[in-house]
Design a protein. Sequence first.
Length: 260
Amino acid sequence: MGKKTKKNFVFLVLSAIEVFVPLQEIYCYFACLITEGIYQKKMSIVEKYKKIQSQLSADVRLVVVSKFQPETAMMELYKAEQRVFGENRVQEITEKHERLPKDIEWHFIGHLQTNKVKYILPFTVLIHGVDSFRLLEEINKCAGKIGKIQDCLLQIHIAREETKFGFSFQELDEILMSGKIESLKNIRICGLMGMASFVDDERIVRQEFHSLSQYFRKIKEKYFFDSKYFKELSIGMSGDYPIAIEEGATMVRIGSSIFK
C-alpha cells in the first residue's frame, strides 16, 4: 500500500467514525484520557513527596517511611531537604544509619523487641511504637548505660485487628495512675502513636483516630500538663493521613504514596 493509498484509507476510516461519533466527542474522549493521567509522565519520587508536603500545615511533620527502600531513593528525598525517616527493622535502620548522612533524624516506627533495643538507641531520635511497660523499662535501662534520655511515643491499640500492638486505654490509665513511669529517668514520653484499622470505611478510621485524639488531650491535661515535651500525636499513613490530620495528628508516617 503506497503512501497516498494509506492517507486515503485513514481519511475514510476517520470519516466513517465521524458518522457514528461526532468529532467533538472524540476530542473530549482523548482529553479525558490525558486528564486521568494515561498519557501523562509518571510522577517522580521527589514530585510526589513535594505534593504531600504541600498538603501539610507547619504543625504537622512528615516521617518518610523508608523501609525496604533503596538508599538511592532516600538520597533523592534527602537532597530535597527531607531529614526525618522511619524504619521498622533493626538491622535495616542500623545499616542505613551507618551509610547515610549523619544529620538524618531516624525514627523507629515498628514493633521493637526488648533484646534489640540496645542496637538502635545510640542514634534513634524517636521510638514511635512503645507498646508495653516492659519495653519502656528496657529502653530506660539501655539509655542509662549510654547516658541518654530517649524520646518515646506510647502506642495505643485502636484498630479492630488483633494483630496490631499497643496499650489499651485502660491499661495505660492504670500505668499512669501508678506513677511507675515517673521512676524511669532515662526516657521522655513525648506523646502517643496509633494505627487505624485497615478498612475502606472512612467512618471507622475517623472514629478510631478521634478516640485516640480525645484520649491524648485527656491524659495530657491529667498527667503531662507541666511537660513541654508531651505534644506529639503520630497517626496517619499513606491511605488515611488526610483524616488523621483533621483529627489532630502532629506527625504522619507516609511511605507507599511517595515511593510507589
